[in-house]
Design a protein around this ligand. Structure first.
Ligand SMILES: Nc1ncnc2c1ncn2[C@@H]1O[C@H](COP(=O)(O)OP(=O)(O)OP(=O)(O)O)[C@@H](O)[C@H]1O
Length: 450
């Protein structure tokens, strides 16, 4: 069987449209019918038909007006005009309005089915075009190579290979900067959806009131500032993967709406009654302790189980042994070299901001050095201090980490220093630390820093 088409017949010749409906239903398509143009317009605004087949001369509504209003009520539905009295003028006019095809009755059913399938193809292409434009306009980063040979990264690689080709929801857990987005990209790249772009939303980077409209879209005029209709990222990610970063930050009020779309693929844009269906694979990431969030009532338990079909844990950089050296070599730009003690302190540092912080540190050092030779003076104070702290015990093995208490103190000190250096500017401090602004606020609260 060919693919199922969702068709609406708008024709006042009941016998004709019933005959067509029976024929199309026998072929496995879904058919709705109405004899009234107004009812056709209403139905199109409530349901996303693939194709509507219209009569040109309906009582009370001329063909041109019907086409115009059908297009307004749902610009995504393809229109085919099938009329008893076709004139060249009508055909030209309807094509100008974007009708897919204009034919006169009688028209063989097999040909009509082929025209419908071609219309569905055009609809799909148009949708893909919109998706691509949306993704490009929301800036797509190219996927980077994932560096790491330690056992936990090997294990992670094997899990990614196993889970990627399935359609299962995946929850990636790990501290900030450990590479959760890279893992999401790898899962998408290894999935049958890889030919479509991965769509990403970061719940922490958006003000709460914007998260809903970004995820689910909105109609024009649905709230102040909604000057144009905008499809949500779920629609943009139709037949692809949606990466929901920092899902732990998703406002509680929005969680039932997300649960619904995960359960049956249906959603409504803000300000719309129309139910839309999407087929989206979810990969989510968090650096929060989700069971704790659930216990505290900040995250719905049912939603947690939905997104956590497969959990992937990313180890912090300080637990990856020799990988730190590999990452340093990978991210050190050509033409720069490190003093031995610099390399040693990079390897021994606890990296609270993980790989992102390591990349920032190397970039900063390459700006600080005058001659391409990076010395301890080119490192940020937190690294210099931590190296000084370990000088008293040079036999300290790479993996022997400071006690948790001192790690927290180190983090506090580092944040305070960065804030001081950036004259208290939190946006710049967050950038320097390699974290989102909202995360910085949480860190400040955690450490009681004013
Ligand atoms: N194993 C790795 N190999 C190479 N680059 C990596 C690796 N892990 C992370 N990176 C790089 O580190 C930076 C931070 O990674 P990413 O954004 O994936 O982290 P994250 O865990 O999603 O962070 P956050 O929780 O703050 O969103 C990116 O530039 C990424 O390309």
């Amino acid at each position: 069987m060919t693919e199922t088409i969702d068709i609406l017949f708008v024709d006042d010749e009941v016998e004709f449209s019933e005959g067509c409906a029976r024929w199309f239903e026998k072929k496995g398509h879904r058919v709705a019918q109405t004899t009234s143009g107004q009812d056709g317009i209403d139905r199109c605004s409530k349901h996303d038909f693939d194709v509507a087949i219209l009569d040109w001369n309906l009582p009370g509504l001329c063909g041109i007006e019907l086409v115009q209003r059908m297009r307004e009520s749902n610009p995504d539905t393809e229109l085919i005009v099938l009329t008893g009295e076709g004139t060249i003028n009508n055909a030209v006019e309807s094509m100008r309005l974007g009708v897919f095809d204009f034919q006169t009755k009688p028209f063989p059913m097999g040909d009509l089915e082929r025209r419908c399938l071609a219309a569905v193809d055009r609809r799909r292409l148009r949708k893909e075009n919109t998706q691509l434009r949306e993704v490009i306009s929301r800036t797509q980063k190219p996927a980077s190579q994932m560096i790491g040979t330690c056992e936990s990264m090997h294990q992670l690689g094997r899990l990614i290979e196993r889970v990627a080709p399935t359609d299962k929801a995946v929850l990636i857990q790990g501290e900030s900067g450990t590479g959760k987005e890279l893992v999401a990209q790898a899962i998408h790249a290894g999935s049958p959806r890889a030919d479509k772009p991965l769509v990403t939303i970061n719940c922490a980077a958006l003000p709460e009131n914007l998260v809903e409209s970004e995820l689910f879209g909105h109609e024009k005029g649905s709230f102040t500032g909604a000057t144009a209709m905008k499809p949500g990222l779920f629609e943009v990610a139709d037949h692809s993967t949606l990466f929901i970063d920092e899902i732990g930050e998703l406002p509680l009020a929005l969680q039932p709406k997300l649960l619904r779309v995960l359960e049956d693929g249906s959603l409504r844009r803000i300000g719309s009654h129309k139910e839309r269906r999407v087929d989206v694979r979810i990969v989510a990431a968090t650096n929060r302790d989700m069971p704790k969030e659930v216990a505290a009532g900040r995250f719905r338990e049912d939603l947690y189980y939905r997104i956590n079909v497969m959990a992937l844990d990313l180890p912090p950089l300080r637990e990856r042994g020799d990988d730190i050296g590999l990452l340093v070599d990978h991210f050190l730009e050509q033409g720069f070299e490190l003093d031995d003690d610099v390399r040693q302190s990079l390897i021994q540092y606890s990296w609270p901001g993980n790989v992102r912080q390591l990349i920032n540190t190397l970039q900063r050092a390459s700006v600080m050095t005058d001659d391409g030779h990076i010395t301890m003076d080119d490192l940020p104070p937190a690294l210099r201090n931590s190296a000084r702290g370990s000088e008293s015990d040079t036999t300290l093995p790479t993996k022997a980490l400071p006690e948790v208490g001192s790690l927290v103190a180190l983090e506090r000190k580092h944040i305070t220093e960065v804030l001081h250096r950036e004259s208290g500017n939190k946006t710049r401090a967050a950038r320097a630390l390699g974290v989102e602004r909202r995360k910085l606020y949480r860190m400040l609260a955690k450490h009681g820093i004013q």
